[in-house]
Design a protein around this ligand. Structure first.
Ligand SMILES: [Zn+2]
Length: 210
């Protein structure tokens, strides 16, 4: 019986590397694998690129309006044994439902690799639906916070300064945005510092003098 697996983790946890290895195992035994990526992820253009430099051209870039069931029933795509989705948090909830139907109706394994939460620690709409509909969730816990603890959150930096406000989606490397995987302790400590008002800071300094 085909399965719907959601593999999640913080940024830089090795999701794409795992996807490429997993896809290789399928193709090695002669199975057809389709690799999908939401078009929202502008990084790497039509490729998925792992941290260690391995990359592969995707079969389809998925726009929010695309129907994945329709895509699977086109041409010889129905002969696919497995679908792998990179950056699956960017799928719409409807597209996650389409994947669920594909697993059950066409007996195709689906592996969705993605983030659980955004830079505000809130789940992406696609991630929520993945958690609700998958057969199994597996955490990929390979990214470390700078303190050495396992990272579970993704802190956003704009021009090197941590931010906790802004649009849910801002792609790493575009518009001076970067991300750092963080443990919860560091995330909340740094969040408090970044949100500290200049007035409070000077007051604190004033108190320190007395
Ligand atoms: Zn930490």
């Amino acid at each position: 019986m085909a399965r719907f697996i959601y593999k999640y983790g913080a940024m830089n946890c090795g999701k794409t590397t795992q996807l490429l290895q997993n896809a290789h195992q399928y193709t090695e035994i002669g199975d057809k694998v389709l690799i999908l990526k939401p078009a929202k992820d502008k990084k790497g253009d039509t490729k998925i690129v792992s941290r260690i430099g391995a990359s592969q051209e995707v079969d389809y870039l998925i726009s929010p309006r695309d129907n994945i069931i329709r895509l699977i029933t086109e041409g010889d795509n129905v002969l696919t044994s497995c679908i792998m989705v990179d950056e699956a948090q960017f799928l719409t909830p409807t597209q996650v439902e389409q994947l669920r139907i594909i697993v059950s109706k066409f007996d195709i394994d689906v592996f969705a690799y993605g983030l659980r939460t955004d830079f505000k620690t809130k789940a992406f709409p696609g991630s929520i639906r993945l958690m609700e509909l998958c057969d199994k969730m597996e955490e990929i816990n390979q990214s470390l916070c700078e303190c050495g603890e396992p990272a579970i959150f993704n802190a956003r930096f704009v021009n090197g300064k941590m931010v906790t406000e802004g649009a849910q989606v801002a792609i790493d490397g575009f518009d001076s945005v970067t991300y750092k995987p963080m443990c919860a302790k560091c995330y909340y400590l740094k969040k408090a510092v970044s949100e500290e008002k200049p007035l409070m800071r000077s007051k604190k300094k004033h108190n320190d003098l007395h």
